[in-house]
Design a protein around this ligand. Structure first.
Ligand code: AGP
Length: 604
């Protein structure tokens, strides 16, 4: 996700801005820029790394003692010099940096253009520059407060004005911002690592707070500009802990980021009534007349494709296939111009996935990509892209990418159903809107219990994940999480297959994680679990809160919030991620960088 820094003081701003941006590099970015105020506002920005920005600055005299800086993780508008932040208004009197997603930027952009504003980028951010300009009557704080009233979505914003020297106005709404308190100088950053070398005393801004930062003062207001009392937070973390925002590992941080990641992925793609708004991303002509849908992906993304296949089979009559990309590319490709190929890849750079996609494309297939990286190879070669807005995923084990892929697949499946049959799935989409807070409640309710349960896996060699239907697809993801970070052999089993062989492996105390969320399959699945219990298997059961009493088959039962059966996988995966994480911790494994694995497999 993007990184923001700012400085107001008696020293030159540039050294802090560059140093602060470097501390935020771990968050992932594709471009960087700064703006300094020294009589005039001067913006220096470039696609690429901070080193490229430093090269750009080497020939400049950056003497301003107030400035803002930004590292961009592209969400709207590809990575480029002109899409990099900061962004001017029309007059060059205002400069803005932003982190987050302005959901209603398209309408605002059209309205502002109609009012005579000229846009230089494709970003959602630039609407903020022109909105503040529209409201600016000489007082920056008031103008910003009036402008943000028109914004919908998540935003951390910092604004500089040429004729309001000596002050920086910032806003926090769903995207983090901290203000570092110095001596004759004050700092701004998206999160704490960027300022730790300068101060450990910070104001942590809350949602809906606006701060006016000057050399010798920091005033914090609510949206109505009522002055607020803020408590100074003294940071006790070391720099590495700070990058993980206090979490022990990136994976645990990213598991906990899932509510926000799913919320950001849904944002702007559905209105409050459950009507889809994704035609901009998936044009009607891309899906008109399709006679077949094929999914290709690898690893966790492949497990997401199993979800996509299942949901699409509920909604469409055409054949729906899914293949491991590494298999697809070495067999006869049966795709044509009426095939919709849905390619899923967090990184958008996986060699097998790209190779398979190119083969299908050569046969005329229409390619829809689901990826987390704007400007990735996959995003550039696909005919259409639906981005997961999960933010950078640092840990090798994929977590928030998976849940946001499922959210995208749910929206795509309902969109295709609407296009083909005209029928809407309003109830499903309204239930999807509740998933972020339900993920939050699953973590709150069960993390501690799972940490304790994981201790039983200290010496485990095998663990089985059981499910039927969508629960079997979810079980595939659960076993991979456990395997890839704790090195315990995990295996997913279709409940009905147990008696065809695998039951021979179920012996006393072998851990079995069973998923029981698909209403029409509960009775069959309970029978399978009784087979397991009869052989001494120990069952951790994940079930929906009101689907029955399973105390005769579950040794440990985790009840999950009630949701649409097609959305249960977005909830069942969370306890399996958490269990895998704590099993790896108890076995002293390197959770974020497991042995032999890479985050993006760009080789075959
Ligand atoms: C899953 O936790 C692993 N990181 C791995 O299986 C990954 O899902 C796979 O390599 C595909 O990566 P992609 O989504 O970037 O294409």
């Amino acid at each position: 996700m993007c990184g923001i820094v700012g400085y107001v003081g008696s020293q030159q701003a540039a050294p802090f801005l560059l140093q602060g941006l470097k501390k935020l590099e771990y968050r992932g970015y594709d471009s960087a820029g700064i703006c300094e105020l020294n009589g005039t506002l001067r913006i220096h920005k470039t696609r690429g790394r901070i080193a490229d920005l430093e090269s750009l600055l080497a020939t400049e005299k950056i003497v301003g003692t107030i400035g803002i800086g930004h590292t961009r993780w592209a969400t709207h508008g590809s990575p480029s010099d002109h899409n990099a932040h900061p962004h001017f208004d029309c007059t060059g009197n205002l400069a803005v940096v932003h982190n987050g997603i302005i959901e209603n930027y398209q309408g605002l952009r059209q309205q502002l253009i109609a009012e005579g504003h000229c846009f230089l980028s494709e970003t959602d951010t630039e609407v903020v520059s022109h909105l503040v300009e529209k409201h600016y009557q000489g007082d920056l704080l008031t103008a910003v407060a009036q402008a943000i009233v028109e914004l919908k979505g998540s935003f951390a914003i910092a604004v500089l004005a040429k004729d309001s020297p000596g002050e920086l106005v910032v806003v926090r709404q769903d995207s983090p911002l901290v203000v570092g308190l110095g001596n004759q100088e004050n700092y701004l950053a998206s999160d704490i690592p960027a300022i730790l070398d300068y101060t450990r005393n910070v104001y942590i801004l809350e949602d809906g707070e606006i701060a006016r930062i000057k050399e010798n003062s920091v005033d914090v207001f609510d949206m109505k500009l009522n002055l607020l009392e803020k408590t100074v937070f003294e940071v006790k973390w070391d720099p590495i802990q700070a990058e993980k925002e206090g979490y022990a590992d990136f994976m645990l941080k990213e598991i906990h980021e899932q509510p926000k990641a799913v919320r950001d992925t849904i944002a702007g793609r559905m209105d409050e009534h459950g009507n889809l708004l994704i035609e901009r991303e998936i044009p009607r002509n891309l899906v008109a007349g399709i006679t077949k849908v094929q999914f290709i992906a690898c690893g966790t993304a492949y497990h997401a494709s199993l979800y996509g296949k299942h949901v699409l089979e509920e909604f469409l009559d055409v054949p729906i296939e899914t293949d491991l990309a590494s298999e697809y590319r070495y067999k006869r490709v049966k795709a044509d111009q009426n095939t919709l190929l849905i390619v899923i890849s967090q990184s958008g750079e996986t060699a097998d996935t790209l190779g398979a996609m190119r083969l299908a494309k050569a046969k005329g297939a229409r390619v829809l990509a689901i990826t987390n990286v704007v400007g990735s190879t996959l995003s550039r070669e696909a005919d259409a892209v639906m981005y997961t807005h999960a933010g950078p995923e640092i840990a090798v084990a994929s977590t928030k990418a998976y849940t946001t892929q499922l959210a995208c697949l749910c929206m795509i499946a309902t969109y295709l159903k609407e296009q083909v049959s005209g029928e809407k799935e309003i109830t499903l989409l309204q239930a999807l809107a509740n998933i972020p807070e339900q993920i939050e409640s699953v973590l709150l309710a069960h993390e501690h219990r799972l940490e304790k349960y994981a201790r039983r896996l200290l010496h485990a060699t095998d663990a089985f994940f059981l499910g039927r239907g969508l629960d079997y697809a979810s079980a595939m993801e659960g076993q991979l999480k456990l395997k890839e970070i704790s090195y315990i052999h995990g295996e997913a089993l279709a409940g009905g297959e147990l008696k065809h062989g695998t039951l021979a492996l179920i012996v006393a105390e072998v851990p079995v994680i069973a998923l029981l969320t698909q209403e029409t399959l509960i009775d069959k699945m309970v029978s399978n679990l009784k087979e397991v219990k009869a052989r001494g298997g120990n069952i951790l059961l994940l079930a929906q809160s009101n689907s029955g009493d399973f105390s005769d088959v579950g040794d440990e039962i985790l009840l999950l919030p009630q949701t649409h059966c097609l959305l249960a996988p977005l909830l069942t995966v969370v306890p399996m991620q958490v269990l895998a994480y704590y099993a790896a911790k108890v076995r002293n494994c390197d959770v974020d960088k497991p042995r032999n694995l890479a985050k993006s497999v760009t080789v075959e």
